[in-house]
Ligand binder design. Structure first.
Ligand SMILES: Nc1ncnc2c1ncn2[C@@H]1O[C@H](COP(=O)(O)OP(=O)(O)OP(=O)(O)O)[C@@H](O)[C@H]1O
Length: 268
């Protein structure tokens, strides 16, 4: 199975949801309450953008999806497995997090060693490990980069390499924090092509509303630690009252009703 394909499969809507969050509340150790009862279900194969103003709690929510942060109240399940306790190792394989700064994920001398790091830690060796590395690099358009030093790559290439480190784990859910941040137009497009080609459940935290529209049919707006809206990305972005209530702004002249999606269709 290729690194970019959904492993436990099933079309959207069958079996348990890919992600099921019920009543999630969380406060940081300094006492700052950031999430106040988040409910969110994401079907297998869905692509969902998490939108919202600065400080809304988007990254905090994302860090709960593979147990980096632990729910203060409520629960999170990934494909029916609780994100807690003895399941955490399996959850961390199934849920791949891609951080905004690729240098958080690239720390080995070569790109190939970085991509091999996760599966090697799971005990994958030999030809299977080599296949995983080659498959993940190919899936992100970096075939032939295995021997390159990560710090010699462009930001766009490093971000795609960071995606490859996660794909090599054969995750079911890919979670990205601000994937298009600081990319030039070509880097942004190249990453969109990669993300659009993956057969995975995708959760993307972003302030880049056209990117959300291009890649994610569904969006949720998180504001002040609660889900304030949930619906089709085109309909949310077309609701001017909703947008201004949550400090969301489209680029000047951008019409969310007249955009081609990554699959080539016009948004409904
Ligand atoms: N380690 C921490 N300790 C205490 N408070 C924190 C910590 N990390 C984040 N916060 C606070 O939690 C709140 C939510 O932060 P978070 O990064 O989740 O928001 P966000 O929606 O991702 O914001 P942005 O769009 O600016 O990235 C902010 O007020 C932030 O200051």
């Amino acid at each position: 199975m290729s690194p970019g394909s959904a492993r436990s499969g099933g079309p959207a809507g069958t079996g348990p949801p890919a992600v099921e969050i019920d009543g999630l509340a969380f406060a940081y150790p300094d006492g700052r309450q950031v999430l106040f009862g988040v409910d969110l279900a994401i079907a297998r194969g869905e692509r969902v953008a998490v939108l919202g103003p600065n400080g809304a709690g988007k990254t905090t929510l994302m860090l709960h999806l593979n147990g980096i942060l632990t729910a203060g109240a409520g629960s999170i399940r990934v494909e029916g497995l609780p994100v807690a306790g003895p399941q955490l190792r399996e959850i961390r394989r199934r849920v791949g997090l891609v951080f905004q700064d690729p240098d958080d994920q690239l720390f080995m001398p070569t790109v190939g060693q970085d991509v091999a790091f996760g599966p090697a830690n799971l005990g994958v060796r030999g030809p299977e490990l080599a296949d995983r590395v080659a498959g993940a690099l190919s899936a992100v358009g970096l075939a032939g980069y295995a021997d390159r030093a990560p710090h010699h790559l462009s930001l766009g290439e490093r971000r795609r390499a960071a995606v490859a480190t996660v794909l090599a784990m054969q995750p079911d859910v890919l979670v990205l924090d601000e994937p298009s941040a600081n990319l030039d137009p070509a880097g942004r497009r190249e990453l969109a092509e990669v993300l659009g080609s993956l057969d995975l459940t995708l959760v993307m935290v972003t302030h880049d509303l056209p990117y959300a529209l291009q890649l994610c049919p569904r969006s949720v707006i998180l504001d002040q630690g609660v889900i304030a809206a949930d619906g089709s990305t085109a309909s949310l972005l077309s609701d001017e009252t909703l947008m201004s209530a949550h400090r969301l702004e489209l680029p000047f002249g951008f019409n969310p009703r007249h955009v081609l999606t990554d699959s080539g269709g016009v948004m409904p």
